[in-house]
Each structure stands twice: as structure tokens, then as C-alpha cells.
Ligand binder design. Structure first.
Ligand code: EPU
Length: 360
């Protein structure tokens, strides 16, 4: 365990805005966590950080920041179809994806290039291009900072939903994830991409029976064409969640704004029992629908907006970015302007996906 007071957080979040915390603590093992517990380091407000790819720090952070640097990687072939993998919280998520593709193990190939650590992956139940972590997650090992004990969570205990889990909600914030286990698929895995832009990209290349490698390559290319590079344009990926509308709210919205595209809650999967139109849409009046926040932002005229310090990415309006000169306060100002305009125009509340800490 390594402790440093008045430490800079600039290198520890992908927005890279200037920020100072009271104390930074590096954690490399379960013993480090026990020691921190015995020293009472969890008795004052704290935050745990992977690679900070979904976090925005404002200039002054009073919380103690724990940097998770757990390594570790094990796998076991259970049978032809099931591969059990356990990885330390500090392992880079994309390294795991690259490894699974190279081994021919399916289940996470479309989640290639999602930045961040494996330990952060369950917190917001990461997902992309029709795959979501909870489809393959088998267990999460975590440390209870209130009781000083470890617990192995089953997927059900993690309380997953779209971009959410127990670990993200207030009642689960006292847990620190130390490793995750996945069940990947072996030889009999059926690769059937359903996400529209991925299917289109594979079709264009004339690929009708894609391999894991094809899926990985195409998703990586789509991401590179749509998302800014964090090393030159610091950002945290999607700044907002796609709003989920249910029942009456969904029907009212669809009647009032028939031009707005929408998706069933689980992108790429159809709602059972509901007829699908030729254009792929369904009548979701009695279901939950997800509306692309990027579309809403684009249609209030803010896509590509640049105020001199912070902007809305011109190729994907869900992403806010800067050129290295903005503070967290500048970014939040733009975010609330976007939220106000979307609320006024569409009556929809955009919820932040990014976690924000600190004060001006
Ligand atoms: N759209 C627009 N304008 C935009 C952006 C999107 O009109 O500027 C509309 C289009 O109709 C498009 C639809 O939104 O067809 C969906 O867009 P896209 O496929 O780019 O996906 P998304 O809903 O904007 C989500 C995730 C991304 C993930 C992609 C692909 C959330 C909050 N974001 O974005 O995740 O990569 O799907 O699966 O769910 C991230 O979390 O950091 C992230 C990048």
C-alpha cells in the first residue's frame, strides 16, 4: 500500500482535468485492503478508481481516493463450451477482450476497445454493440469496507440493469471489487451480430459468417470512426445514458415525436410477442423503450457545439470532450445546458452516466 497526500488526480481520469485530492492510496492486494480497513481509512469519505474512464473530477476532491491496481489472470476450460475466466480488478478490460478473441472464446468480442479496468466493468454493467457484461458474468469478488470481509457475489446479487448495478447505487457503494469471473463460450458459440451498425459494417465487407476476429475488427473500426481519441481529446465516452421511457410515458413520447428513433431496452434483441415492422421497429406502447440521447442532443442543435473550451463530439453527440484546457466545471456547465435544452424540447430528462466528484 502506497499513500500520498495532496495528490493530483489529473492522470487518473480520462477527462484529465486538473484536480487535487486530500489523499491517494494505491491498493495492490487483498492484504492492502485489510490494512487500510484496520487503519480506519474507510471511516472517512472515499472513492475507488480503476482507470477513471467514467469519472469527472472537479478541482478539489475531499474524498480519499483508492487506486485499484489488482493484477491476476486465470482461466479454466470447463468443457467444449464453457471457459471460466477470473481476472483481477486492475486488469485492462480490452486486454481481456483481445485475449478472448485470440483464444477463440466468445461472449465479449463486441465489447472490444471499451476503455477501463475489469473491476469497473460490473459497476456500470458495461455494454456495446449488442453485448452486455451481465450476459457472461459469473461472479464478482468484493471487499466490504464496513465489515472488513470479502464476499463472492452471484450475478443475481449484483442487481444488474442497463448501465447500472448494486455497486453503482448508494446501498452498494461500500463494496470494492477485487476480481470478476466470466463464463465465455467455446467451439459451439454462435456468432450472430444484431446491432444495426455492426451488421451493416459486416455486410458492406461481404462477411456473412463473421468470426470473433471479424466482429472485433469491425467494432473497433466503428468505434474509432465515431469516438474521439482520449489521448488527444480527453473524454469519458458517453456522458449521458440513453433515457429509458416506460408505459404511458413511452406511448405519449412516441405519439408526440414519431420521428425519434427508439430501441427496445436491450439493443439488438426484439421484444418477444411484439410484431416487428419492416424497418425493424415495434409498437412498444406497453413496454420500456430506450431513446438515443445522441439523437436528442443532435436534434436540439448541439451536436458539434464548441464553446472555446469544451465541446460536443461532432460524430457522436453523447460524448463531451475538450482539448486539454477545460476544468471539470466547464464540462458540467455544458452538460447542464444540454440537459436543459433536451428537457425543454422533448420533455425528457437526460441522466449522467459519468460519475462526478469534487467542488470548484
Ligand atoms: N444518434 C444520433 N446522433 C448522434 C448519436 C447517435 O442520431 O450523434 C442515434 C442514431 O439514430 C443511432 C443511434 O443514436 O442509430 C444509436 O447510436 P450508437 O449506435 O452510436 O449508440 P448510442 O446509443 O449512441 C451506445 C452506448 C455506447 C456504445 C454504443 C454502441 C450508451 C449510453 N452508450 O451509444 O457506449 O458504444 O451504444 O453499442 O448506452 C460508452 O458507454 O462510453 C459508450 C460509448
Amino acid at each position: 500500500m502506497n499513500r500520498q497526500t495532496q495528490a493530483s488526480l489529473q492522470a487518473y481520469h480520462s477527462f484529465r482535468c486538473p484536480s487535487i485530492t486530500e489523499e491517494e492510496v494505491s491498493i495492490r492486494s487483498e492484504d492492502d485492503l485489510m490494512e487500510a480497513y484496520r487503519l480506519g481509512l474507510f471511516n472517512e469519505p472515499w472513492i475507488v478508481l480503476g482507470h477513471g474512464t467514467n469519472t469527472l473530477f472537479l478541482p478539489r476532491v475531499s474524498e480519499r481516493v483508492f487506486l485499484m491496481q489488482f493484477e491476476g489472470f486465470e482461466h479454466e476450460i470447463l468443457n467444449d463450451d464453457q471457459i471460466h475466466v477470473t481476472v483481477g480488478a486492475g486488469v485492462e478490460w480490452d486486454d481481456l477482450v483481445e485475449w478472448s478473441i485470440s483464444q477463440g472464446y466468445g461472449g465479449i468480442e463486441a465489447m472490444i476497445r471499451i476503455p477501463g479496468t475489469c473491476g469497473a466493468a460490473p459497476v456500470q454493467n458495461i455494454g456495446a454493440y449488442g453485448q452486455e457484461l451481465d450476459h457472461v458474468l459469473h461472479g464478482v469478488r468484493a471487499f466490504d469496507t464496513q465489515k472488513g470481509v470479502f464476499h463472492d457475489f452471484t450475478p443475481d446479487e449484483c442487481g444488474f440493469s442497463y448501465r447500472d448495478s448494486l455497486f453503482k447505487r448508494p446501498e452498494g457503494r461500500h463494496w470494492i471489487i477485487t476480481s470478476i469471473s466470466l463464463r465465455l463460450h467455446g467451439a459451439s458459440y454462435q456468432i450472430r451480430p444484431t446491432y444495426p451498425s455492426l451488421v451493416a459494417s459486416l455486410n458492406e465487407a461481404g462477411i456473412s459468417n463473421p468470426t470473433l476476429k471479424d466482429v472485433g475488427q469491425h467494432v473497433a473500426a466503428i468505434r474509432a470512426s465515431k469516438l474521439p481519441n482520449p489521448s488527444s481529446q480527453p473524454n469519458a465516452g458517453s456522458f449521458f445514458k440513453n433515457p429509458v421511457l416506460r408505459g404511458d410515458q413511452a406511448s405519449r413520447f412516441m405519439a408526440q415525436f414519431p420521428e425519434v428513433p427508439w430501441f427496445e431496452l436491450e439493443v439488438g434483441m426484439s421484444i418477444p410477442g411484439v410484431e416487428t415492422e419492416d424497418d425493424g421497429t415495434q409498437d412498444a406502447s406497453s413496454h420500456a423503450i430506450k431513446v438515443p440521447a445522441g439523437w436528442l442532443i443532435e436534434h436540439v442543435g448541439l451536436k458539434g457545439e464548441w464553446n472555446g473550451r469544451v465541446g460536443v463530439w461532432p460524430k457522436q453527440a453523447l460524448v463531451l470532450y475538450h482539448q486539454g484546457e477545460a476544468t471539470g466545471v466547464d464540462i458540467l456547465e455544458l452538460a447542464s445546458r444540454i440537459q436543459d435544452k433536451v428537457r425543454q424540447t422533448f420533455g425528457v430528462e437526460l441522466e449522467q452516466e459519468v460519475r462526478v466528484y469534487g467542488v470548484e
